[in-house]
Design a protein around this ligand. Sequence first.
Ligand SMILES: Cc1cc2nc3c(=O)[nH]c(=O)nc-3n(C[C@H](O)[C@H](O)[C@H](O)COP(=O)(O)OP(=O)(O)OC[C@H]3O[C@@H](n4cnc5c(N)ncnc54)[C@H](O)[C@@H]3O)c2cc1C
Length: 437
Amino acid sequence: MGVWLVNELRMYDAVVVGAGILGLATAYHMKRLRPEDNIVVLERLAGPGMGNTSKSAGMFRSFFYSKTNLTLADTSIEFYRHVHEELKHDLGIKWTGYLWLYDEETYRRAEPVLKDMASRGVKYTDFTGEEVAQRMGQRRELSGDVEAKVMGLANVDYGVLVPKAGAIDVDALAKFYANSFVGMGGEIRYKTAVKRLVLEPRTSMGLPGEPYFWQEGRVVGVETEDGRVIRARKTVVAAGVWSIRLLDQVGVDGHFKPKKRQLFSVRAETEELRRLLYTKDLNPEGCMPFLILPRPRVYIKPVLEENAFWLSYADEFGRPFQLEDEPKAEENYYRYGIYPIVTKYLPQFEGRMPYASWAGLYAINTLDGQPVIFEENNLLVVGGASGSGIMKADAIGRIAASLYVGEEQAELYGGVRFRVSDLGMEKRRVEPEKLVI
Ligand SMILES: Cc1cc2nc3c(=O)[nH]c(=O)nc-3n(C[C@H](O)[C@H](O)[C@H](O)COP(=O)(O)OP(=O)(O)OC[C@H]3O[C@@H](n4cnc5c(N)ncnc54)[C@H](O)[C@@H]3O)c2cc1C
């Protein structure tokens, strides 16, 4: 077997497009299952995880109602814990927990689902709004505030603290997969952009413009921007939101769309903000948990190493589906979007503007918000992680690798079995998420 470049004579067993967290986790598990296979990862940027993976907030939680969500996230988190604690690869894991704030009405609606989850062993702690306010100094009562009313803000009546949740260093995670893959004999070529997928008929007749519809076409590799053809038995497209460009050309629907998401970093420069950042007794890190406000669900991540908070909100209606190479954060999104809301709940943020901001794109599966893993004519598609690709990457990589080796069941970390076709398109079977948060 070898690859056929313009001048090389070598055919790979697999070419993986994209060294983001999904491409890397997939390549790593493919190599683990088939150590003898020649697998190459092609990445247009200069290093691992420099696309949307690097834009991520890097948060994870093992807290979902849907069995699909919970299995993908929980087994991945357990694997990251194993790498961090037992294999001693520092993944920068911080068990900050997630703290959701609720008003009375939304809490009552979520309560049966939460109770159901508790009966299945998913752990969380309830707080009253007062208890949270005492610890974090946030405002509880907003109903009398005219501006808050106009913005549709809600009182803080309850808090739900989830302990099996926190932050991970995404750069360290991407490097772990990249280095482990290369350590097993895998190859990664950076600064190598793929221009198109190469299609050929199973039996060539030497016709111009082959393959024709009666010829059983299949993907036989890729052509890079500099005109080389890299041939492979299987081609895996894991190029994040940009997969769409490659797939559209060959008429394959990835079933996901790009949407911009923005993060704003605000330094804890004042005494009040430092006190908030180092909120005590809610987690083993001695800091504020990852905090999600009641309405709208603005989230705030504590970032101790930067002495800062990262703030964001995932807007839907009005935010276009738009594919961009370098999406930019919008100053006004913070100034008129996030800031007035956050300062109502947490007056500590008054007068505070971000010192840094960036934006990336979610690859949103608009059908059910779950990843997509399927194969068509020797082309494997891995994507659509819909904003939770970091926390589910290991499971996604294992399922994609099982598809590659032709197994019906994937073995996730900890020996959990998962039917590969459940994330495919033909026999897709995902459990909807009932926990609306
Ligand atoms: C602001 C923001 C916050 C987020 N927060 C979280 C979070 O807290 N927790 C969580 O779990 N998830 C989060 N996510 C989602 C998570 O980052 C993604 O699900 C995940 O990174 C997707 O990984 P990927 O490998 O599919 O995509 P990417 O990381 O984008 O990787 C795709 C790679 O393919 C390369 N590529 C593209 N086209 C080509 C080509 N033609 N040739 C060669 N290479 C190519 C790109 O350069 C890129 O490196 C967040 C995302 C954003 C934008």
